[in-house]
Design a binder for this molecule. Structure first.
Ligand SMILES: NC(=O)c1ccc[n+]([C@@H]2O[C@H](COP(=O)([O-])OP(=O)(O)OC[C@H]3O[C@@H](n4cnc5c(N)ncnc54)[C@H](OP(=O)(O)O)[C@@H]3O)[C@@H](O)[C@H]2O)c1
Length: 296
């Protein structure tokens, strides 16, 4: 049985990586840092910015495969605290990649569509040159680079606007924030000029592990197949959950600028993942239908 270590299993995607691996009957161990899960069975504490902490866990677990889902994911916070962003997203990746190399373990680094500038006007393929606009995007690109420089058998999986129910921490994601707001009858404003490929955490987790188990190497886009703007996402969510669409208004980025510059259209092509997996990626409508079914 393959032994798999999921670093950042207290996060949204990480918790589903742990679950997907157990469903695939892999021998799974997860890590958390500050969010202590209620059930710490099969979980270790690890701070990826501390090389000793990384070494201790890898020496203890001796995994065949490591999935690094940890990151500083708040894009505006990365802009405010660039030192911390690079420490987690780049140096953390370096610490993990070096120890994986020593152990002969394959590393999968979870990355982002924000490595692109979003100006192309159509979907980005894996072979296209990145040009990040923000500290978050730049620090994640550096994380990709250290991962692939460490060992050519490693893999980088890019995702985009990850959504799903968070069963471990209290942190919301873009879609659960919309659900909470509309449920309370609060009006919200969503950008109509930022296009992304929304990624359903449970299905992406399964896809990523299956690709890793097939020993796929290099960069692979493992997001959903859609290219939607944030307003369209909100309207689709309101339809699926039966909320009042009138509470959602559409705005442009210039009407409510954010600290970090976001790409205009960072949708990703998923042909490689679909062909390797022999199935279609899960689109937003299907992901929302599943979330609705699993609402508690
Ligand atoms: N969320 C998105 O929309 C999105 C979009 C594109 C790409 N991504 C990428 O997808 C991956 C997963 O994102 P997510 O939304 O699931 O993240 P998330 O929910 O924000 O979770 C982040 C994880 O990183 C861990 N972490 C943070 N600092 C750490 C440190 N110093 N050492 C060890 N672990 C640390 C956190 O642990 P604690 O909470 O226990 O501290 C948590 O488990 C990330 O690599 C992110 O860059 C996300």
């Amino acid at each position: 049985m393959r032994k798999v270590l999921v670093i950042g299993a207290s996060g949204l995607l990480g918790q589903y990586l742990l679950k997907a691996g157990r469903d695939l009957e892999l021998d799974m161990v997860g890590t958390y840092n500050e969010t202590v899960p209620t059930d710490i069975n099969g979980m270790l504490r690890m701070d990826i910015t501390n090389p000793d902490s990384v070494s201790r866990s890898l020496d203890q677990i001796c995994p065949d495969l490591v999935v690094l889902s940890s990151a500083m994911t708040n894009v505006d916070q990365c802009e405010r605290e660039p030192g911390k962003a690079y420490a987690v997203n780049m140096e953390g990746a370096f610490n993990v990649a070096s120890r994986c190399k020593d152990h002969g373990a394959k590393l999968v680094y979870i990355s982002t569509d924000y490595v692109f500038n979003g100006l192309k006007g159509s979907r980005y393929h894996e072979f296209e040159g990145p040009d990040p606009l923000s500290i978050y995007g730049r620090s994640k690109l550096e994380g990709e680079n250290v991962t692939m420089d460490a060992d050519k058998k490693n893999m980088v999986c890019r995702v985009s606007v990850v959504y799903g129910w968070n069963r471990i921490g209290k942190k919301s994601n873009f879609l659960t924030w919309i659900i909470e707001s509309l449920k309370k009858g609060q009006a919200i404003r969503l950008y109509n000029d930022q296009w992304v490929s929304p990624t359903y955490a449970p299905s992406a987790a399964k896809d990523i592990l299956e690709l890793a188990c097939k020993d796929v190497r290099g960069i692979v886009h493992t997001c959903g197949p859609d290219c939607l703007n944030r307003y369209e996402m909100g309207v689709m969510l309101a339809e699926v959950f039966g909320f009042d669409k009138g509470l959602i208004s559409s705005i442009e980025t210039k009407d409510m600028p954010m600290l970090a510059v976001r790409p205009r259209a960072s949708c990703l092509a998923v042909d490689i993942a679909e062909s390797e997996l022999g199935r279609s990626m899960v689109g937003l409508r299907q992901g929302l239908d599943e979330m609705k079914k699993e609402e508690r």
